[in-house]
Write a protein that binds this ligand. Structure first.
Ligand code: HEC
Length: 196
């Protein structure tokens, strides 16, 4: 810090910039070094920036367009990795893989033959959440509120399609009462479960 002049001395200086206005003295202190460094720094930065900007051809518009293009590519890739129809319909190898997964995971709640235990029957004609490929995929990937867990993170989209290809091959049955206790197929007449 530069030592300030005592006001008495300042008042005596005959210079214009020591004039007094409304009782406030203007002083002629030295400009601090940090200020000069910052000031010159902005000038140097401006030249560096101008040269960089004009020489490299960088522009905000170009950056924006590149980002949009990258996002388009990512969105297309994400769509391609989630087909809305099952790529494994009647594909024996995929169905065999799906059978393994079904018996390891799904059978605990839907029974090995798919006729339903805790979870509803997957072989009756009644579907709470629909049975298009897309509906089934969403059910298994993201789960459903009535106790169907989401399997997306554990299995991944590919295995989910395989297990669904296997479910398709299970022999169908529309015997009333199949499925979870109290499971009410939409639009179906109320039927008590067998023996209950
Ligand atoms: C922890 C028990 C449990 C496991 C394991 C389980 N589910 Fe489910 N699942 C359920 C329940 C409960 C429902 C009914 C959800 C509802 O009504 O909201 C259900 C519903 C479904 C439905 C929808 C049925 C409809 O009528 O729309 C499908 C399809 C399905 N599960 C397939 C599977 C597949 C495939 C697997 C194996 C990857 C599996 N589930 C594993 C409990 C389970």
């Amino acid at each position: 810090m530069t030592a300030e002049r005592p006001p008495s001395e300042v008042a005596e200086l005959p210079r214009a910039d020591t004039a007094e206005h409304d009782g406030i003295h203007e002083e002629d202190n030295k400009i601090p070094t940090w200020f000069n460094v910052a000031f010159l720094g902005t000038i140097v930065f401006a030249f560096v920036y101008i040269i960089y900007y004009t020489a490299t051809g960088w522009s905000a518009r170009g950056q924006y367009e590149a980002e949009v293009a990258a996002a388009d590519v990512a969105a297309k890739a994400a769509q391609a990795s989630q087909p809305t129809t099952n790529p494994y319909h009647r594909n024996p190898a995929a169905i065999a893989d799906g059978k393994v997964v079904f018996e390891q995971i799904c059978a605990a709640c839907h029974k090995a033959d798919g006729s339903g235990l805790v979870g509803p029957s997957l072989i009756d004609p009644y579907w709470k959440y629909g049975n298009t490929d897309e509906d089934l995929f969403k059910t298994v990937m993201y789960g459903r509120p009535g106790g169907m867990p989401a399997w997306g993170t554990q299995l991944g989209a590919d295995k989910v399609w395989r297990v669904l290809a296997y479910v398709e091959t299970l022999p169908k049955s529309d015997v009333p009462g199949l499925g979870a206790p109290g499971y009410q197929a939409p639009g179906a007449p109320a039927t008590p479960p067998p023996g209950g």
